[in-house]
Structure formats: C-alpha cells, structure tokens
Design a protein around this ligand. Structure first.
Ligand SMILES: Cc1ncc(COP(=O)(O)O)c(C=O)c1O
Length: 444
C-alpha cells in the first residue's frame, strides 16, 4: 500500500461509515475513479465491481451523458422547493415518464432521496389511505424474516434481520414478520403436499388472521430478497400473496429498490409473475447511483383518497429534496440510456451467462446453491451440502480471496451476492466467474 493511501485511510477515520464496526473499516479500498464495471483505487488496483456499487450502478461508471445532464440542470436550476405552491420542470417530466411505466394503474409518483425514505413513505401512505377509507385501526405492516427495507426507524423494524435491530430497540410497534419463501432453506413448516410458495403464502394469511385484518394496513416484500441472501421466490408465491391481500383488504407494497429498472430481466420484477402491487418503492438504479433519488408510486385508488380529502386530512409528508431538480434530470437521462440499450434484455441474456458460469462452481464441495434472476445472483457457501449448514466464515474468506484477485462481491451471511452493472459485457461476465473460481481454488 502506498503512503498516500495510508494517509487517506487515517483521515477516513473521521467519518462514520454505514453499518459501522471498526473491524470492517480497518483497511478499506480507497476508490478514486470508475469506468464501466471497473473501479480504480488510489494504490493502483483495478477491481471488477461485481456488485454495481450497492446493486445500483446499472449504467456503469463514468457515463459522460449523466454527468452532462447533472451539469446542465444544476446550471439552470439545481434545486427549489417542491412543497405546496411550487414545482420544477425535471420532476414534472420524470413523474410523467414514470406514470404507468412500472405497472398499469400506478400513475402517481412521490419522490424521496433513497430507498429507506421510500419505504417510510409507503408505510405512512398505507396508514393515510386506511384512515381516509374510515378504517383507522389498520396500521400494522407484515414483512418477511430476512428482508431488508432500509434504515430509518420504521424501515429498520420492517427489516427482518435481527442484527439491524439489536442496538436500536425497543422495537417499533406495528411490524410483524413471517417466513420468506426460500426454496433452498425454508424455515417454516410444510404441510402435506404443499409447495414452499404455498406454505409461505399460508403464513401470510395466518398472520393476517392472528393480528386481525382490521389492524393490518399492508404487506411489504422484495420480489427478490437482496440483503437477506438473494432469495428468489417460487413461481406460485406472489400470485397467492396478491389473492390473500385482496381477500383481506391489505395493501401490497413491493420494495423494488434493488429489483427495479431492469435488474432481474424485466423493468420491474413482479412482472415475472404477472402481479401488480398497490404501492411500489424504488430508488438506487433510477439514477444508476449518479444522484440521490428514490420514491414511491401509488395506485389510482390511493391517489383518489388524497384528491377528495378534507382540509384537515392533508398528506402532511414530504422531504426537502422531494423532486430534486438535478436528481430528476439525471433520472430522466438514465432512463433514456436504459431504454436505448434495452437493459432488461441485457440483464436477461447476460444474467443467464453469469448464472451458468457460477453454477459450474458447484463442483466445489462448499458451494451449496447457486441462484439468480437476470443480473442478480447468489452463491451459497455451506460446510456440508446435504445438511446445508451455512458457513459465513468461509464465505468471508472467499470474499477476501476474490477481492485480492480484483473482484468485488458482497458477503451476506453465507451467501456471496453478485449484481454487476447491466452495462457489463460477456467477457466481463466470464471474468467474474474466472476470478471467483480462482479464489475458491486457493481456499484450504
Ligand atoms: C430492498 C431494499 N430496500 C430499501 C433499501 C434502502 O435504501 P437506501 O439505502 O437508499 O435508503 C435497500 C438498500 O439496500 C434495499 O436493498
């Protein structure tokens, strides 16, 4: 390591990093530049970013068009209030572009700066809706164990991963967790003849009945669970979820913060199962990470309750940066790029290649499962393939060995995640597999 890099690392101690523990930031990669799928460190290393940052840099690094869009908009108008009585052109244009873009009937967008704020907005909007419908007791949210929904107080306790709760209790009231439909290791009980999808959907109905449908506002789910270990649901799960939500008058919130904007091979992932949510949370790839932007889209039925609200029933919710002019301009340009280059198709085709490549690694005795949908894949590391015993320590070793070979993945418990830029080419996909294979080869 160069002296200069050592100095940067010392100075870096003055900032508190996300999900901080001193051990995890003792020796960070200091990144100074990115180009396509490649990251360059201050000490001269070149790293293939198999995670597209945090699942979000879909268009890849160093896109001149996005920098230009930000520059042009900032010069014209970087920001102005989007609160009552004012709006700006790029937020108008982006909301117009997004109307019906993800799902038919979701024509209204509320903008945030990221995914946690999007989910907080989704929860508040669900509560708002039920109050307007004369059912104010409906406030609870059902989520799944293993889910990740963000880091505001509400999103933290919607998240179904204990480690995010441990130091921040007491838990917020109103969040209930049920098993996720994980086909490789389903933690719930399977009844005779039941599929994992049916069993996990049955758990949703059981939770609604247990809590009382008159207390439940919404169910939230990531179509493909990301941080919880890249869990791809069986095909029968989401159609059943939709039916159950309709039957009990529960809003279905799709958290597509990772899966939105082409990642899984469809523009939005519930399309794989021909299912539509009532509220959609999005963020990350809307700008490919070039600006901080997220939001929710709401059904026409929810929008209608706002239009007919009394003066005392205003939707008193909004962020300073809701509809940020520069961020929306970047979002518009990024969408143009993703449409022109047909990113969902790229994700489908290159995702197939990545999945097949990673599946060839099941010859290693510790690779228990390899799964993927489009360009998001998970490699599950186990000590014993039959018992499926999770081995997070070995996963961490492989992650570090891969990083030494210039490949960035993300260790999520015992699962190594891959979610590269959708701008990746075939050789770069093969390079991910080659470097990971080499890292595994070197493991004792
Ligand atoms: C599914 C999901 N929802 C919400 C979030 C939170 O988004 P943000 O970090 O932009 O607040 C994330 C972040 O990784 C996520 O993966």
């Amino acid at each position: 390591m160069t002296d200069q890099t050592q100095t940067w690392i010392e100075k870096d101690k003055k900032q508190l990093h996300p999900v901080y523990h001193p051990k995890s930031h003792a020796n960070p990669l200091v990144i100074e530049r990115g180009d396509g799928v490649w990251l360059y460190t201050t000490d001269g290393r070149k790293i293939l970013d198999g995670m597209a940052g945090l699942w979000n840099v879909n268009a890849g690094y160093g896109r001149e068009e996005l920098a230009q869009a930000a520059y042009d908009q900032m010069k014209e108008l970087a920001f102005t209030s989007n609160f009552s009585g004012m709006t700006n052109l790029s937020s108008i244009q982006l909301a117009d572009k997004l109307a019906g873009f993800a799902y038919e009937g979701l024509n209204t967008t509320f903008f945030t700066s990221g995914g946690s704020e999007a989910n907080d907005s989704a929860f508040k909007t669900a509560r708002y809706y039920w109050k307007r419908k004369g059912k104010p007791t409906k406030y609870r949210v059902i989520a799944r164990r293993g889910s990740y929904h963000g880091i505001t107080l509400a999103a933290t306790f919607a998240t179904g991963l204990e480690k995010y709760h441990a130091m921040f209790g007491p838990a917020m009231d109103g969040f209930v967790h049920i098993p996720a439909p994980n086909p490789y290791r389903y933690e719930g009980q399977l009844q005779d003849g039941e599929t994992v999808g049916q069993a996990a959907a049955r758990e949703l109905e059981a939770a609604i009945l247990r809590e009382g449908a008159d207390t439940v506002a919404a169910f939230i789910a990531e179509p493909v669970m990301g941080v919880g270990g890249v869990v791809i649901p069986p095909d029968d799960y989401f159609p059943l979820v939709r039916q159950i939500c309709d039957k009990h008058e529960i809003l279905f919130i799709a958290d597509e913060v990772i899966t939105g904007f082409g990642r899984t091979g469809e523009w939005f992932a519930l399309k794989h199962w021909d299912v539509k949510p009532d509220i959609l949370s999005f963020a990350k790839a809307i700008t490919s990470g070039y600006a901080q932007l997220g939001g929710i889209q709401i059904s026409d039925a929810i929008r209608e309750t706002m239009e007919s609200a009394a003066d005392t029933e205003a939707y008193m919710h909004g962020y300073t940066y809701s509809g940020h002019a520069m961020a929306c301009a970047v979002g518009l340009k990024n969408l143009e790029i993703m449409e022109k280059d047909e990113y969902p198709n790229r994700a489908r085709e290159l995702g197939k290649r990545l999945l097949e490549g990673l599946q060839s690694l099941t010859e290693f005795p510790f690779v228990g499962d390899v799964r993927g949908l489009g360009l998001v894949c998970g490699v599950e590391i186990v000590t014993d393939k039959t018992a499926k015993t999770a081995d997070p320590a070995l996963a961490m070793k492989i992650f570090k060995a891969a990083e030494e070979r210039g490949l960035r993945s993300r260790p999520l418990g015992n699962v190594l995640a891959f979610s590269p830029p959708l701008s990746i080419n075939e050789e770069e996909v093969d390079e991910i597999v080659r470097r990971l294979g080499a890292a595994m080869d070197g493991i004792e």
